[in-house]
Design a protein around this ligand. Structure first.
Ligand SMILES: NC(=O)C1=CN([C@@H]2O[C@H](COP(=O)(O)OP(=O)(O)OC[C@H]3O[C@@H](n4cnc5c(N)ncnc54)[C@H](O)[C@@H]3O)[C@@H](O)[C@H]2O)C=CC1
Ligand SMILES: CC(C)[C@@H](O)CC[C@@H](C)[C@H]1CC[C@H]2[C@@H]3[C@H](O)CC4=CC(=O)CC[C@]4(C)[C@H]3CC[C@]12C
Length: 369
């Protein structure tokens, strides 16, 4: 942890600060950023837990706002030294329209960039995603790849497409002159599948298992590995990048970094069972119980049902053509670029990450009873 003899003087803004990742970034900044004087938490939906953070030495300012509204973003950015932009619509289940996903993820990011330029804020960290790279629509595996691995990134789905567009805007903005004449320094972090306390999809799997009598049914071959990263380590990487970005602007500016730790490479379902198994759930089948063609049919049926039911209700199951394709394509990263460029080492070991996540699921179990 960086020692800071100077008085705290920096103002940070975290967009999406009440989200799954955002909350961990907010708490990590309060715990591990000694230069912090004010922490602004900007979100469409403010959470009650923000109130408990206002009793500490750092001024925590909750700002209810919409990144699609440029004036709201500009007001929140004004006077900030660092912006960590995590806000986004993380939707691969068809809940939001492609237009809305684009408006939030792309236009919202453009609004953040323009606000930094207008207000003279020089440091911008963007939460991108592995999905900017893949898996692509051709189902090409990305096996132990890194930031320089050649891969045909082809996106049709609105979410990965929007993340790729937003990341490109952020990286292209690196070096733009901000108000006051100094250059904007940007970088993008690409988490793989994030897990940990507060992960909604893990919650969905857990509740699905409870509804099915403590069982989940394997749909994906165990051989299809998916990289995962603990939310606390992703938050830590955001804090570290924001700290080092100014001093190492020439090296880090305009760069992308995969978020990684020592979480094991497993299929998405087997990895989830690391936490759901100790909480009483069982994954039935050593290989998929249904043939892939039938899963494709069921996924297509889910998509059709979602479309038919949309005027009446939102039907958004975990299984749809996109989630099936992604889950069935190996995507793992093996890199040390973040370590080489700014000294990143995971803050939480795999054992700690696993234990923390299990305790969180057990907390859900307790509250469900
Ligand atoms: N969950 C994952 O596995 C991964 C997530 N990411 C990225 O991490 C970031 C955070 O994702 P999560 O925490 O999982 O999602 P989340 O949905 O839990 O958090 C997103 C936050 O952004 C806020 N938000 C949404 N629209 C907004 C708007 N118009 N204005 C202001 N705030 C708005 C939401 O209220 C929410 O608090 C996203 O940019 C996502 O693309 C990247 C890789 C993996
Ligand atoms: C129903 C079964 C086929 C089941 O195994 C489906 C799992 C599916 C819901 C997940 C498999 C891979 C996940 C995605 C991956 O972790 C990459 C992501 C990055 C992001 O930026 C946002 C989340 C996600 C798209 C993630 C979403 C859930 C999966 C598709």
């Amino acid at each position: 942890m960086a020692e800071s003899a100077e008085a705290p003087k920096l103002v940070y803004l975290v967009t999406g600060g009440c989200g799954f990742l955002g909350e961990h970034v907010v708490r990590m900044l309060l715990e591990r950023e000694p230069r912090l004087r004010e922490l602004r938490v900007f979100d469409l939906h403010l959470s009650p837990w923000l109130e408990e953070l206002k009793t500490g030495p750092v001024q925590v300012t909750a700002i209810q706002g919409d990144v699609t509204q440029a004036h709201e973003v500009a007001a929140a950015v004004s006077g900030a030294h660092v912006v960590i932009h995590t806000a986004g619509l993380v939707d691969v289940f068809g809940r939001a329209s492609p237009e809305t996903i684009h408006k939030v993820n792309v236009q919202g990011t453009q609004n953040v960039i323009e606000a930094c330029v207008q207000m003279g804020t020089r440091l911008l960290v963007y939460t991108s995603s592995m999905e900017v790279v893949g898996p692509n629509i051709k189902g090409h595996p990305f096996y132990r790849g890194n930031e320089d691995t050649p891969y045909e990134a082809v996106h049709k789905h609105p979410y990965p497409h929007s993340k790729a567009q937003a990341e490109r805007l952020v990286l292209e903005a690196n070096g733009r002159k901000v108000h006051g004449g100094l250059p904007l320094v940007t970088c993008a972090l690409r988490p793989t599948g994030i897990y940990g306390e507060g992960h909604q999809i893990m919650r969905d799997f857990y509740h699905q298992g409870l509804r099915l009598g403590g069982r989940l049914f394997r749909a994906i071959p165990a051989s299809v590995e998916h990289g995962r990263v603990y939310v606390g380590n992703v938050a830590w990487m955001h804090v570290l990048v924001a700290r080092e970005l100014e001093q190492r602007a020439a090296l880090m500016g305009g760069q992308v970094y995969f978020c990684y730790d020592k979480s094991p490479y497993k299929s998405y379902e087997d990895f989830n069972m690391e936490f759901l198994g100790p909480c009483g759930l069982r994954l039935v089948g050593t290989r998929p119980l249904l043939p892939y063609w039938l899963l494709v049919l069921l996924a297509a049926l889910n998509a059709l049902l979602q479309w038919l039911l949309r005027p009446l209700l939102l039907y958004a199951p975990l299984l749809n053509p996109y989630t099936l394709a992604v889950a069935n394509t190996t995507f793992t990263v093996s890199t040390n670029k973040a370590q080489r460029h700014f000294g990143y080492e995971p803050l939480f070991s795999w054992e700690e990450s696993r234990t923390r996540t299990i305790l969180w699921v057990q907390g859900m179990e307790a509250s469900a009873q």
